[in-house]
Design a protein around this ligand. Structure first.
Ligand code: 13P
Length: 239
């Protein structure tokens, strides 16, 4: 059985004040693997606050190399040093904002494994690609280019995040999610955790998590406050 995972991606949000939200989330993290990926400045304090709780911490990206002259970047080894156990790779905002390619994402995912992190590798189609009927082809091309050989359920989680559903309030329909997740399951095997991301909220989480091949969520906006994220974690635990 794939592991159920509720992951929160805080993106570029949160200061030290947000540690109280994390404490509320940690208190509810018992039943399913719960991960928060805060901005880099909060990884160490959050990891230290989460010690002794089941809450796990993740980075939002990593550089392919372990150290060197790369101003502004953070390596997978540094994330481990700060207390992270996971890292997101290939988020569409990184692909758009920083021009990251599938080859970059592959190198980052390999770096995550090298350091002992679990990679949460994101894939997703744009609205134009979906409307052109290219969704599954686009996702397969992204996986061909970005998922390294040697991916296992222990070192990799896949997050399907349709770009048009991220931060827009437009959640993919259960039928749209099921079509993609069934195809991912057929390609990636029975054990790998497959997360859905894109406008997941307390009000729609149960319906999405009820789908056979959805093992959890990668949640943006609704992971910032314990009052919003805890019901999502509970919906996953009950699914
Ligand atoms: P929202 O949940 O805010 O739509 O963001 C989804 C996402 O990009 C998580 O990585």
């Amino acid at each position: 059985m794939p592991r159920k995972i509720a992951a929160g991606n805080w993106k570029m949000n949160g200061t030290l004040e947000a540690l109280s939200e994390a404490a509320g989330i940690a208190a509810a993290a018992d039943d399913v693997e719960t991960v928060l990926c805060p901005p880099a400045t909060l990884i160490a304090p959050l990891a230290s606050a989460a010690q002794g709780t089941p809450l796990r911490i993740g980075g939002q990206s990593c550089h392919p190399t372990a150290a060197g002259a790369h101003t502004g970047d953070i390596s997978a080894e540094m994330l481990v040093d700060a207390g992270a156990a996971y890292v997101i790779t290939g988020h569409s905002e990184r692909r758009t904002d920083h021009g990251e390619t599938d080859a970059d994402v592959r190198a980052q995912t390999e770096a995550a494994w090298r350091a002992g992190l679990v990679a949460i590798l994101c894939i997703g189609e744009t609205l134009a690609e979906r409307e052109a009927g290219e969704t599954l082809a686009v996702l397969n091309t992204q996986l061909d280019g970005s998922l390294p050989d040697g991916a296992t359920a222990a070192n990799t989680v896949i997050a399907y995040e349709p770009v048009w559903a991220i931060g827009t309030g437009k959640v993919a329909t259960p039928a749209q999610v099921a079509e993609v997740h069934d195809a991912l399951r057929a390609r990636l095997g029975p054990e790998m955790s497959l997360l859905y991301g894109g406008s997941v909220k307390a009000g729609n989480a149960a319906e999405i998590f009820a789908l056979e091949n959805v093992d959890g969520g990668l949640v943006g906006g609704a992971s910032l406050k314990a009052a919003d994220f805890v019901p999502i974690v509970a919906a996953l635990a009950a699914s």
